[in-house]
Design a protein around this ligand. Structure first.
Ligand code: ME8
Length: 655
């Protein structure tokens, strides 16, 4: 019998900045689901890739003094680039698409022409608003406080000859798709889409640009490039061979697939993308799942928040599987969640070191200690003591399956950990160490207890494989589970392990993390990475995505420099004593020694953000950050502290 096909995709990453833990979250989640579908026996095609065109990339490449192609090549294939990160994170994608790949470009031209020829793309003049960082066109009515409703940044007026896609024609069909099918999940996103976009009336969408050139050219009208979202969304079918000869998989039952996307791009995936497919006469995706955001300090993550959220640093410090697990365990898929290093360490210690790690190490150690590593075949089952654990472990697969099929990996993990916790309790209830005191009388019972623990561990291990593939391989090796005991089928079977199974106590799978030590090491790694990066790439403040409400929480004040000195043993840091109008001196450290001698700053009137959490730098506490302007001068980073009129009193609030 032919296996059921399952096609799953992540949104293709937009390489305008470095990848952060938020992107990693999205791709790890999709990988976990892909691995789950392989585990249950489906034929899986998992696609990821990069979305490489658009005005923003063109601008960034210009800033960096390279061609757009060189710019994206470096981010995608360069050291610590996109491919490297997915390799490190053990992402099991079957295909990787780049929208600059020749076959994709060819398909986009085919798709655009087809939609044009069937009357769904027509020429007109575009007058409206454009958000460059988001590559999104907006109508006046869609703006929020005059700014981009997605990122809150200012938009530009735009007017140019352009092609339009008759999105309005598909409004009723899209409404039907959203409201009357389970295409879009979580269901809360349906309301959002219908209320914000369908109810006010779907307008035709501008789908070509003439003011820049880094995109797929419209082959029948040179000078126009295809709107980057038309280009990017199509990747899900061009990667299967739609409109090109590179792959012949489109017709082979892979499409329609499942699109896993972040909530801010649900609009593109649940309205524009299905409408494009309708126009092409192709089936719409089976599912669009819009997951939530990982937040840092209450806002969406972005590069300028710093390297603490650099997935490389976290994976290198805590291990890939621990990081993968944390992302799936802690944040309900579909909702936003607040990331913190402390939470990551707590999760590793509680779930992995204490619960799972202890279960494995205690069980394997006891089989070693009491039976020399090989269980004897003689057993004594005690119904009232064993039944609960056995039935919980046997019932686990169904609960797990239900959660995974409903895109709720966090719930699946909840169920697995209930069994792990029950198994640890079973050790305490049955006290193997007490049984071992009289091996002659209790040997068969002790063997039975340990076998049950191995079996419960084995079942949990199978179900944890999509989350932590490498560690579960190690776990199976320790508990003596051969290939046939690692299958989906055997996850609903008791006594799959040989009666006289051999066990090896191996390395500790998940060592406990010392919170303070780890936080210190993390900070050092972050600083080292920043140092390595500084001068190589300027952090452009314009690229920061901060929504308006978050921005309003920032407290900027005028401050006067009472004293300023260089920090000993630091080449960069200056220590400021500031009058901030409160009557109590404020201390701020700033890495600007390269540009200023401390004595020249005494008496100056500056601007600082004063409500950041305190930070320790070289043993000194810093309470806020001085604001400066940075730019590049002859390839070198230049910095100017923001100085304001001395007539403004200390403590004056900037708003
Ligand atoms: O959107 N938390 O690319 P992208 C959770 N190229 N998910 C996050 C996140 C966060 N803090 N930050 C980003 C694009 N993501 C387009 C997609 S698909 C045809 C084109 C997620 O690099 C984000 O929601 O901006 C998206 O799903 C993915 O990372 C890539 O984001």
């Amino acid at each position: 019998m032919e296996k059921k096909k399952f096609y799953i995709t992540t949104p293709i990453y937009y390489p305008s900045d470095k990848l952060h833990i938020g992107h990693t979250y999205c791709t790890v989640a999709t990988d976990t689901l892909a691995r789950y579908h392989r585990l249950i026996g489906e034929d899986v095609m998992f696609l990821t890739g990069t979305d490489e065109h658009g005005q923003k990339i063109e601008e960034k490449a210009k800033e960096a003094g390279v061609t757009p192609q060189e710019f994206v090549d470096r981010i995608v294939d360069g050291p610590r680039g996109v491919r490297d990160l997915w390799k490190l994170m053990n992402i099991s994608n079957d295909r990787f698409i780049r929208t600059t790949d020749d076959y994709h470009v060819k398909s986009i031209q085919y798709i655009f022409r087809k939609m044009h020829d069937n009357g769904d793309i027509y020429k007109g003049t575009y007058k409206g608003k454009y958000c460059t960082p988001c590559e999104s066109f907006w109508t006046e009515s869609q703006l929020k406080d005059g700014c981009c409703p997605d990122c809150g940044r200012p938009v530009k007026d735009a007017e140019e000859e352009a092609y339009f896609f008759r999105l309005s024609k598909y409004a009723d069909k899209i409404r039907d798709l959203l409201e009357n099918t389970d295409f879009l999940e979580p269901r809360s996103r349906v309301n959002e889409m219908v209320r914000n976009f369908i109810d006010p009336g779907l307008e035709d969408l501008c789908v070509s640009r003439t003011s820049f050139s880094w995109g797929v050219p419209v082959d029948f009208d040179p000078g126009h490039v295809v709107y980057v979202w038309i280009d990017a969304l199509s990747n899900y079918i061009t990667a299967l061979g739609y409109g090109n000869e590179q792959y012949g998989d489109y017709e082979k039952g892979w499409w329609p697939g499942v699109n896993i996307v972040g909530k801010e791009i649900v609009r593109f995936h649940s309205i524009i993308w299905p409408a494009m497919l309708m126009s092409l006469g192709e089936p719409v995706p089976k599912k669009c799942f819009g997951h939530g955001w990982l937040l840092l300090d209450g806002g969406k993550m972005s590069k300028s928040k710093g390297n603490v959220v650099d997935p490389y640093i976290l994976a290198e410090q805590f291990g890939v599987d621990a990081l993968r697990f944390f992302l799936m365990r802690t944040f309900p898929f579909g909702s936003d969640g607040s990331f913190s290093n402390e939470l990551l360490i707590q999760t590793i210690n509680t779930d992995l070191a204490n619960d799972l790690g202890n279960l494995v190490s205690r069980t394997t150690a006891m089989v070693g200690k009491y039976f020399g590593g090989k269980l004897p075949a003689a057993r004594r089952y005690e119904k009232e003591k064993d039944d609960e654990l056995v039935s919980m472990a046997l019932g686990l697969r169904a609960k797990y399956e239900d959660a995974m099929n409903h895109y709720a990996p966090h719930k699946a993990l909840d169920e697995v950990f209930k069994v792990i916790q029950r198994a640890n309790k079973y050790i305490d209830e049955n006290m193997p160490w007490a049984l071992a005191k009289d091996m002659e009388a209790n040997g068969p019972r002790l063997a039975s207890v340990l076998y049950h623990l191995l079996e419960a561990t084995r079942i949990c291990g199978i179900l944890l494989t999509p989350f932590m593939p490498e560690s579960m391989d190690k776990l199976f090796a320790q508990i003596g589970a051969e290939e046939n005991c690692r299958t989906w089928l055997s996850a609903a079977m008791w006594a799959a392990l040989d009666g006289d199974v051999s066990v090896t106590k191996g390395e500790n799978l998940f060592p406990r993390v010392d919170m303070d030590k780890a936080l210190g090491e993390l900070e050092a790694a972050v600083q080292a990475a920043k140092q390595a990066e500084s001068g190589v790439e300027l952090e452009p403040q314009l690229e920061e995505k901060v929504d308006f409400d978050t921005f309003c929480k920032s407290d900027f004040r005028v401050v006067k420099v009472k004293a300023c000195e260089a920090v000993k043993k630091s080449e960069k840091l200056l220590k400021f004593t500031l009058d901030d109008g409160t009557g109590v001196d404020r201390q701020i450290l700033s890495g600007i020694h390269k540009w200023y001698e401390p004595e020249t700053l005494v008496g100056k009137t500056l601007v600082a953000i004063v409500n950041l959490p305190p930070r320790k730098m070289m043993g000194h506490e810093s309470n806020g950050m001085l604001i400066s302007a940075v730019h590049k001068e002859k390839g070198e980073e230049a910095l100017h502290l923001l100085m304001v009129d001395d007539a403004i009193p200390a403590g004056a609030k900037l708003c």
